[in-house]
Design a protein around this ligand. Structure first.
Ligand SMILES: Cc1ncc(COP(=O)(O)O)c(C=O)c1O
Length: 487
């Protein structure tokens, strides 16, 4: 989120944070947007901030996010112990590097890296950074191929569904690649294979397949994309790779759908990203990017950095970053193992299917995704209800539930939905409570003269502190902001 300098004269009484406590240290006022001239004690500083943060939503009831909100206490402890380590200080913290290496190895094998391939990868801050790195590798690889063939290499494009997460739009804009979006339809909320192939040409750096769409949790047909792209490339001299955005599905499919081919078993899948902080079950921010073989990562992108007494190869958009999340990922790998992840994912999947059935029973809903791929339930309101999904989402907020409502990506924007991401922490008990609240919400809104407009809730109806649950602000239609599903 971009923060702006606030004109102090507009603030009036809000210029200061004014705690009201009997304690002397907390009787002073603290300027809100200027650095305080005087120090205060650590206990006081803690209390002020702790109190302000109580205004945030309750993470346990935040069913909008894919990101982990609960970890073992032992993981919390390890993260606390490593909060002062910079993951980039390889010489100083060689054991942290070793843990990253082990994580990359485990993931490469989980994603069926072939014995003959020397897979490479690294930790990132999240899937967005991972995607930017993978996108850059595709762009450089494509340009080198074009140059080698004596062809111009200045008009790269990338083909993906209109349902991609905003990080792909960013990649295209920041790195000057033409985005070619396969439009959705009112019946298809993921990429269409034929439609994608029709957009591919000699300037295509890659095709994106999403393992778990942010909008509905559905897996895109990656094996079919692979076959279609193979057929297309055989007819030409193109060699177009697939990148799999497995931000969420990378920690679900290997455990729940092991026979589904989406990973390095497919010849065109050259790189994969996954968010450690989503179903990898680590607090934010850690992501991973892996290349099938080191030949898929152009060597020009790798920097040899001499730093603090050693020389190391580095590929990343950031330099310094916390080591704690990498340590926590390794903790989860050895603590849960394959069977532990499988058990967690199976339970989440069961709960999402149970929830989808209950939502069917409540009545005025049409369930579009019922946890068959990601453990996500996505549903819309049946036609002719006197209220919209946006009213419903707002109403649930009054009970503390954070369940986002949004319109689908182009060209399925007539479809507005609600989405529940089932994560660790949403027990059957809580899910039962949620069902009761959904039912009560329907009864309440049906008994009101609620305005039935299928438009997003205007910003003014939400307090600014809830704005984190809103997506970007791309163009939509006049007077309306585009509401994206959150991660
Ligand atoms: C499919 C997909 N790709 C990429 C991202 C971005 O991930 P991150 O938040 O880890 O940067 C998300 C976030 O939800 C996502 O759902």
């Amino acid at each position: 989120m971009l923060s702006h300098k606030v004109p102090l004269e507009d603030l009036g009484d809000s210029r200061r944070v004014r705690p009201t406590y009997a304690s002397r240290g907390l009787a002073t006022q603290i300027p809100r947007y200027e650095m305080p001239a005087e120090s205060i004690g650590p206990r006081e500083a803690y209390q002020v901030i702790h109190d302000e943060l109580a205004l945030d939503g309750n993470p346990a009831l935040n069913l909008a996010t894919f990101v982990t909100t609960w970890m073992d206490q032992e993981a919390d402890q390890l993260m606390g112990e490593t909060a002062n380590k910079n993951a980039i200080d390889w010489d100083e913290y060689p054991q942290t590097v070793e843990l990253q290496d082990r994580c990359v190895n485990m993931l490469a094998r989980l994603y069926n890296s072939h014995d003959t391939h020397e897979s490479v990868g690294c930790a990132t801050v999240g899937s967005s950074e991972a995607i930017h790195l993978a996108g850059l590798a595709m762009k450089w690889r494509w340009r080198k191929q074009r140059e080698a063939a004596g062809q111009p290499g200045d008009r790269p494009n990338i083909v993906m569904g209109a349902n991609v997460q905003v990080c792909w739009e960013k990649f295209a804009r920041y790195f000057d690649v033409e985005p070619r979006y396969v439009p959705l339809t009112n019946e298809r909320f993921i990429i269409g294979v034929d439609e994608a192939m029709a957009m591919v040409d000699e300037n295509t750096i890659g095709v994106v397949g999403i393992l778990g769409s942010t909008y509905t949790g559905e897996y895109e047909p990656i094996e079919q994309l692979n076959e279609a792209l193979d057929a297309l490339c055989q007819k030409s001299d193109w060699d177009i790779p697939i990148h799999v955005d497995a931000a969420s599905g990378g920690f679900v499919a290997p455990f729940l759908q092991p026979s589904l081919k989406w990973d390095f078993r497919l010849s065109r899948v050259r790189s994969i990203n996954v968010s450690g902080h989503k179903y990898g079950l680590v607090y934010p921010g850690v992501g991973w990017v892996l290349w099938r073989d080191k030949s898929d990562l152009p060597s020009e992108l790798i920097f040899q950095v001499d730093y603090l007494g050693g020389s190391h190869s580095n590929f990343g958009l950031n330099f310094s970053r916390g080591a704690a999340q990498i340590v926590a990922q390794y903790y989860n790998f050895i603590r849960l193992g394959f069977s532990g992840y499988k058990e967690v994912m199976s339970t989440l999947s069961e709960i999402s299917k149970w929830l989808a059935d209950r939502i069917d029973e409540i009545g005025p809903f049409d369930v579009l995704a019922r946890g068959d791929d990601l453990p996500v339930v996505c549903f819309r309101l049946a036609e002719n209800q006197p209220y919209s999904v946006f009213d419903f989402s707002e109403h649930l907020r009054e009970r503390g539930w954070i369940i986002p409502a949004y319109k689908m990506a182009p060209d399925a924007q007539d479809v507005a939905v609600l989405r529940v991401v089932v994560r660790e922490g949403l027990s059957y008990d809580l899910a039962e409570q949620l069902v009761d609240d959904l039912r009560a919400g329907v009864n309440h809104l049906q008994s009101q003269d609620a305005p039935s407009n299928a438009s997003p809730v205007p910003t003014s109806r939400r307090s600014s502190r809830h704005s984190a649950s809103r997506g970007g602000s791309g163009q939509h239609s006049p007077g309306e902001k585009k509401v994206r599903p959150v991660c």
